[in-house]
Design a protein around this ligand. Structure first.
Ligand SMILES: [Zn+2]
Length: 97
């Protein structure tokens, strides 16, 4: 799904977030290739997608499995949101609501 997320710095400007691949069209994402605040905002609008990921972590909390299944951006995004953390090669659920 593609979501349009407002730029915080440039009024009227919107960036396109791909909620499946967790990519964004903003400079932060394109040049630094990391999870930007737009991706985080987009995930906040999709609690069921986050819940699906958390449910998977409950079944298998291996870090490599997580990255294989959901990608490194999702890992970074959920860490940034305080939902999961890493303990060596294990993914820990911090907050589950
Ligand atoms: Zn962005």
């Amino acid at each position: 799904m593609l979501l349009l997320i407002d730029s915080e710095t440039e009024k009227g400007k919107k960036y396109k977030v791909d909620t499946i691949n967790l990519t964004c069209t903003c400079p932060d994402y394109i040049f630094k290739n990391h999870v930007c605040k737009h991706i985080i905002t987009a995930l906040d609008d999709l609690p069921e997608r986050i819940q699906n990921v958390i449910d998977n972590v409950k079944k298998d909390n291996d870090k490599e499995f997580f990255i294989h299944k959901f990608g490194e951006n999702m890992l970074d995004a959920l860490i940034e949101r305080g939902r999961i953390s890493l303990d060596g090669d294990n993914v820990l659920i911090l907050k589950n609501d």
